[in-house]
Design a binder for this molecule. Structure first.
Ligand code: GAR
Length: 317
């Protein structure tokens, strides 16, 4: 399958969730592959398993290292292996806000409770003590707050009479192994889905003053109302399979420069000439703040002077 999302998994222990993610990725239609399994514990059994299955591994004990230093070394390993997403799977480390910020929206965690209930440790004991009818597990995006962040998926698991924290944990773990691969696949698929990508552009393009959306040759297209166009979204244009944003630039020199510096992300859009650049949106690592800046710059280049002047005046205050 072309262009699978590259995922690194961080573990501290047994790594059964990592194994579930790994074996799910063996399915032909799985949209992700594991490029690295890393751990703060060189003895983690999951590392041996990953090695045997041909997945690169990296182990770095945290003892004697500062938290920031350890996170930076893990981050370097993730980048070296081309990771686009990070899946925490029983990684028992508090992460620095810097590390979390670098992977914002691209780092998932699995937690053995129905969040927002029972953050932290000993979740099953708490569910039993409270007399909950259901325990469960959650996959969520990682934010700076521990076991917080938007929940992407959950599975409730019924509590049985006579359950102990261990017996409940064992059943919840089965649910975890089903949930994590499914949620991770949906998350990475979404960022490659043309409809989702168009919606992201639309939100940012229509935020430009006096802008509306039309369609041109089947492409969603954004322009100043009654005026010039400043952005198009090409989805599988001429069957090239790409989803890309086309925006205005200064001309042939800038176009050539952008493509030379980053041929993976930029291309010369057919039939648009030198004043436009194609920016790939479907590579899984789109920087949406940068896209917003491109849209704004492109809008400024076509907006009537009276509009840009108003804006500049407003910006001075
Ligand atoms: C899993 O139950 C996971 O939900 C939990 O650790 C276990 C790891 O098992 N994670 C947390 O408690 C995070 N707060 P595994 O190593 O076999 O995947």
């Amino acid at each position: 399958m072309p262009d699978r999302a590259k995922v690194a998994v961080l573990i501290s222990g047994t790594g059964t969730n990592m194994a579930a993610l790994l074996y799910a990725s063996r399915a032909e239609d799985c949209p992700y592959e594991l490029v690295l399994v890393a751990s703060n514990n060189p003895e983690a059994p999951g590392l041996r398993l990953a090695e045997a299955e041909g997945v690169a591994t990296f182990a770095l004990p945290h003892r004697g290292m500062s938290r920031a230093g350890h996170d930076a070394a893990i981050d370097a390993a993730l980048r070296e292996h081309g990771a686009e997403y990070v899946a925490l799977a029983g990684y028992m480390r508090i992460l620095t806000p810097e590390f979390v910020a670098r992977w914002e929206g691209r780092m998932l965690n699995i937690h053995p409770s129905l969040l927002p209930k029972y953050k932290g440790l000993h979740t099953h004991g708490q569910a039993l003590e409270r007399g909950d009818t259901h325990a469960g597990c959650s996959v969520h995006l990682v934010t700076a707050e521990l076991d917080d962040g938007p929940v992407l998926g959950q599975t409730p698991v019924a509590v049985l009479p006579g359950d102990t924290p261990d017996s409940l944990a064992a059943r919840v773990l089965i649910a975890e192994h089903q949930l994590y691969p499914r949620v991770l696949a949906a998350h990475v698929r979404r960022e490659r889905d043309p409809l989702w990508l168009v919606a992201q552009v639309r939100e940012r393009a229509l935020a430009q003053p006096e802008t509306d959306e039309t369609t041109s040759h089947g492409m969603p297209c954004f322009g100043v109302i009654g005026g010039k166009k400043f952005a198009y979204v090409a989805t599988n244009h001429h069957g090239d399979g790409r989803t890309a944003l086309l925006v205005k630039i200064s001309g042939a020199d800038e176009q050539a420069q952008l493509i030379e510096n980053d041929p993976r992300s930029y291309y010369r859009p057919a039939y648009f000439g030198d004043a436009w650049i194609g920016i790939r949106l479907d590579l899984g690592d789109t920087d949406w703040d940068a896209i917003e800046r491109w849209l704004n710059r492109s809008w400024r280049s076509v907006a009537p002077k009276k509009l840009t002047r108003l804006l500049e005046a407003a910006e001075e205050f």
